[in-house]
Design a protein around this ligand. Structure first.
Ligand code: 13P
Ligand code: SF4
Length: 302
C-alpha cells in the first residue's frame, strides 16, 4: 500500500479528530487502516459511543445513516457515496405503511439494513446478531411484521417458533449461494464446519453447523477445535479470519460471494473524504427524531 497515502490519512485523522470504522466485508486495505472493525451491531454501538468529532464509515449507506442518527453532533462521512445496500432499498416507506394499515396491531421489526424512512415506521430494529433476541422480547400474542430480509426472517421464525409477516426482500449476494455449491465444497472438505450468515437461503442454513452474524462467525472459529471452515458469507471476512487463525483453513463455497457495494470504498476515497469532509450522510431532524426510537430500543437489549 502507498505509504504517502497512509501518512496523509493518519495526519488528517488527527487533525479532524476522526475515527475510521470498517465492516468485515470491506477490502483488506480498508480493514487495515480502520480503528475498529465489526459487524453492523458493533459498529452502531461504536458510532454511538465514540468521542471522535468525525466518523469515517467504511461500509454501506444505511450503516452511516444509522451512525448519524445516533450521533447528530458528529460528522459522519461515507467515503464512497455510491455504496448502498440493494436489500435496504427493497423495503419502501409507502409499501410498509400499507402493510401496517392491513395489520394495525402488529409490531414492526426492521433489520438495520433499511432506510431511515422505513425506520420511522418501525417499533424496533435488529441486526443479524440479535434478531432472535429482539423478537423474543415481543409479547407472544402480538403480530410481527419483519422487514426486509425474508431469509433472516425465516430463520428467526424457526428459532423463536413465532410466525412472522415477512417482507420479501433478500440480499443479492448471500441469496446467490446455493445448497448444491455448499454440498460440493463439503465433499472436498468433509471435515470442515459449515458456518453461514442468516441472509443465506433456508436450504443453506438448514445444513450449516452454525448460523451467525459476521462477528459471531469469528467467535465461533476462535472457540472451535476444527481446522477447516466453509464460510457462507461475503469474502471480506476471510481477511480477518486468515490473519487471526494462521493454523486454520477457510473456504468460500462460491466465487459469487462478493458484495459489489461493500467493495466500492477504496483507500483514495477515505483520503478524499478526510481531506474534504465529504460526502457527509445526515437525515432531516424530523426523520431522525422518529428513526432513533427503534434503533435505541435495539441497543438497550444487551
Ligand atoms: P452483519 O450484521 O453480520 O455485520 O451483516 C451485515 C450485512 O450487511 C450482511 O450482509
Ligand atoms: Fe446489503 Fe447484502 Fe451487501 Fe450486506 S452483503 S450490504 S445485505 S447487499
Amino acid at each position: 500500500m502507498n505509504n504517502n497515502i497512509l501518512n496523509e490519512i493518519n495526519d488528517l485523522k488527527k487533525k479532524r479528530n476522526a475515527v475510521i470504522l470498517s465492516h468485515f466485508y470491506q477490502r483488506p486495505e480498508i480493514q487495515g487502516i480502520a480503528d475498529f472493525i465489526g459487524d453492523s451491531l458493533e459498529l452502531s454501538r461504536k458510532a454511538a459511543d465514540t468521542k471522535a468529532d468525525v466518523v469515517v464509515f467504511c461500509g454501506v449507506h444505511f450503516m452511516a445513516e444509522t451512525a448519524s442518527i445516533l450521533s447528530p453532533d458528529k460528522i459522519v462521512l461515507l467515503p464512497n457515496i455510491g455504496a448502498g445496500c440493494p436489500m435496504a432499498e427493497m423495503a419502501d416507506y409507502e409499501g410498509l405503511k400499507k402493510l401496517k394499515e392491513e395489520h394495525p396491531e402488529a409490531c414492526v421489526v426492521s433489520y438495520v439494513n433499511t432506510t431511515a424512512d422505513v425506520k420511522t415506521l418501525s417499533d424496533i430494529c435488529c441486526t443479524s446478531a440479535n434478531a432472535v433476541k429482539v423478537v423474543n422480547t415481543i409479547p407472544k400474542d402480538r403480530e410481527i411484521i419483519f422487514v426486509p430480509d425474508k431469509n433472516l426472517g425465516r430463520y428467526v421464525e424457526k428459532m423463536t417458533g413465532r410466525k412472522l409477516i415477512l417482507w420479501q426482500g433478500y440480499c443479492n449476494t448471500h441469496n446467490k449461494l446455493t445448497v448444491e455449491e455448499v454440498l460440493l465444497t463439503k465433499e472436498r472438505y468433509p471435515n470442515a464446519k459449515v458456518i453461514a450468515h442468516p441472509e443465506c437461503r433456508e436450504e443453506v442454513l438448514d445444513i450449516a453447523d452454525g448460523v451467525f452474524s459476521t462477528s459471531g462467525m469469528i467467535k465461533y472459529v476462535a472457540s472451535s477445535a476444527a481446522k477447516e471452515f466453509i464460510i457462507c458469507t461475503e469474502d471480506g471476512i476471510l481477511h480477518q479470519l486468515q490473519r487471526k487463525y494462521l493454523d486454520k483453513k477457510f473456504i468460500l463455497p462460491s466465487n459469487k460471494l462478493i458484495c459489489p457495494n461493500m467493495k466500492k470504498t477504496k483507500i483514495e476515497d477515505v483520503l478524499y473524504s478526510l481531506a474534504n469532509m465529504k460526502p457527509e450522510v445526515r437525515v432531516s431532524d424530523d426523520v431522525r427524531e422518529k428513526a432513533i426510537i427503534p434503533i435505541k430500543r435495539m441497543l438497550e437489549i444487551k
